[in-house]
Design a protein around this ligand. Sequence first.
Ligand SMILES: C[S@@+](CC[C@H](N)C(=O)[O-])C[C@H]1O[C@@H](n2cnc3c(N)ncnc32)[C@H](O)[C@@H]1O
Length: 213
Amino acid sequence: MHAGSGCGLRFPVEEDSALGSQCPRCGQPTRFVDDAYVTHELSAEHTGARPHVARLGVLLDNVRSLRNTGAIFRSADALGVSLAVLAGITPTPAHPGFAKTALGAEHSVPWRAAPDPLAAAAACIDEGWALWALEGGTTAVDLFAPATAECSRARSIMLVLGHEVSGVDPRLLAMCERVLYIPMVGSKRSLNVSVAFAVAGYAVQRGLCPAPG
Ligand SMILES: C[S@@+](CC[C@H](N)C(=O)[O-])C[C@H]1O[C@@H](n2cnc3c(N)ncnc32)[C@H](O)[C@@H]1O
């Protein structure tokens, strides 16, 4: 339901929500200005897409933030991720604050915790995962570079994400089959790690497969 205030701010308010009684901009009482509207959920025809890879996974190398990790889980659910490896200090769904950004995805995304990211990466390779790091550096290739025919639907791709400040451990990076960077246009040199995962997760899940550097 829309609530409009004396200053002209227009914003949606859920029915019975105390948030709608006072305008956050001018402090005046709000009033309803329009009919209620329903939210715009994706319908059945927009969901259930078939991924272009056999399995998509994600390995978090010491991602320190609870909110980033929760947000990664929410995207992982959307992408149909079949395994999230939470390595090093990465928080797990056992933390009471995890659901704040995971919004229930902590129940749908299979995960395991691993204290040693290098051992966790080696175990994933043994299980048939190809590790593709999202990172910068001299070996990184453009995620959106022309795709090659080499990747098939039969492949299991695990995207590797790094720590918010120090990035992916170089020793882990050396274990990866590919290092992919997302081109940046503005003044910043990196994206938030959860945003980088969503961008690259969809590109890879839809079949983008740039040649290794
Ligand atoms: C905030 S970034 C770390 C930046 C860090 N200052 C560095 O130079 O490595 C955290 C993680 O997000 C991912 N990431 C962020 N921006 C990216 C980009 N443009 N391309 C690829 N990965 C990116 C990487 O996994 C990276 O390790």
